[in-house]
Design a protein around this ligand. Structure first.
Ligand SMILES: [Zn+2]
Length: 107
């Protein structure tokens, strides 16, 4: 399967903020850059999206989901439609490299 196809086929959101994995214990690096997603029920690795509101880091899927539902508030509060943004550390990556990174956690 090509990596683009694999990328498009990432599991779709099944619950709040794309939470699929149900986790009851918090990872020690939950919500930290390069740690685990700040959504308790998710906590996937590669939290690389910074949420300006909570000031925590989220995975790709949760960041997209959060952005989708907070466009108006984000524009009003921060002057940008994206509440969650890719951390500076990763902004130099090409789309290909970013996809590679996101997929690498699935292995
Ligand atoms: Zn997540």
């Amino acid at each position: 399967m090509s990596k683009f196809k694999k990328y498009r086929n990432l599991p779709k959101s099944k619950g709040k903020f794309g939470a699929i994995v149900t986790s009851t214990t918090n990872k020690p690096d939950k919500g930290l850059l390069d740690g685990h997603c700040n959504v308790t029920a998710c906590q996937r690795p590669h939290a690389i999206y910074y949420n300006k509101s909570t000031q925590k880091y989220y995975c790709h899927e949760c960041a997209l989901e959060i952005n989708r539902w907070n466009v108006n508030d984000s524009v009003e509060l921060y002057g940008t439609p994206h509440l969650c943004e890719l951390d500076e550390k990763y902004k130099h990556l090409t789309r290909d490299e970013l996809i590679e990174l996101i997929l690498s956690r699935e292995e």
